[in-house]
Design a protein around this ligand. Structure first.
Ligand SMILES: [Ca+2]
Length: 240
């Protein structure tokens, strides 16, 4: 696998150590204006059917499922608490929009998360567009057992990047900014602005007809990988 990665890196002119933290010239976050930003700054409770506004006050998402999202002190302003382990399943769905599909371009999926160790003891999908078998591909940011990881599936295949080190652990009860960044040559997991895992991967076409879902893959399914902690500031950026 490493040889394959090196070969891919060689074809794209990437740094000589594509998986190492010393790799240079790899953007770690996109400067592009967000195509979506959900701030959760309203101090309300969201139930099934509730509308979720973006940072400009426009309706962008809808709460789906059986459960309640409650307002909490957030990573910036207010944030939202997802249902506890016995409190139902719920996701925020943002309808499909071509603006949320990177095509062959750069992509950043970012979110602030806060969870305790106990809350972290499960697999949790935080932000995703598309299922694993979705026509057109999938992007997904998840936190499994307190460690963030990113899945990017495009016309060039599926890439899973897991941040497994203790430095990437986000289950300490504090807010952490987690991001998945895809560039032309790499997929990276960032925690609080620091690259904690990275793999070389040539960017393929990623564009699907699925909604963006926040907090789970499908609220109607028991195997929802339901998020059961706090989150804030869901941000999607697409670059050239
Ligand atoms: Ca907020």
């Amino acid at each position: 696998m490493l040889a394959a990665v090196a070969a891919l890196a060689g074809t794209t002119g990437a740094a000589p150590h594509p998986d190492g933290p010393a790799a240079a010239a790899v953007p770690t976050a996109l400067a592009a204006t967000p195509v979506l930003r959900l701030t959760f700054d309203e101090q309300v409770s969201w139930r099934s059917g509730s509308v979720v506004l973006d940072g400009a006050g426009s309706a962008r998402g809808t709460v789906v499922g059986r459960g309640t999202l409650t307002s909490v002190g957030g990573g910036s302003g207010r944030g939202v608490r997802y249902p506890c382990a016995t409190c139902g399943r719920v996701v925020v769905e943002v309808p499909d929009d071509p603006a949320l599909d990177p095509g062959t371009g750069d992509l950043e999926v970012a979110v602030d998360v806060r969870m305790t160790r106990e809350e972290s003891r499960r697999t949790m999908n935080v932000v995703q567009k598309g299922y694993s078998n979705e026509t057109g591909g999938q992007y997904k940011l998840q936190v499994d057992y307190g460690r963030p990881s990113c899945v990017i599936r495009s016309s060039r295949g599926r890439v899973l990047v897991e941040a497994t080190s203790t430095t990437a652990d986000v289950a300490d009860g504090a807010w952490h900014h987690v991001a998945c960044v895809r560039t032309a040559s790499h997929v990276s997991v960032l925690v609080d602005g620091v690259v904690r895992a990275r793999r070389a991967a040539v960017a393929g076409v990623l564009a699907n007809a699925a909604p963006l879902r926040i907090g789970g893959k499908n609220a109607t399914s028991a195997s929802n990988d339901q998020y059961r902690a706090e989150l804030d500031e869901v941000t999607i950026r697409i670059g050239g």
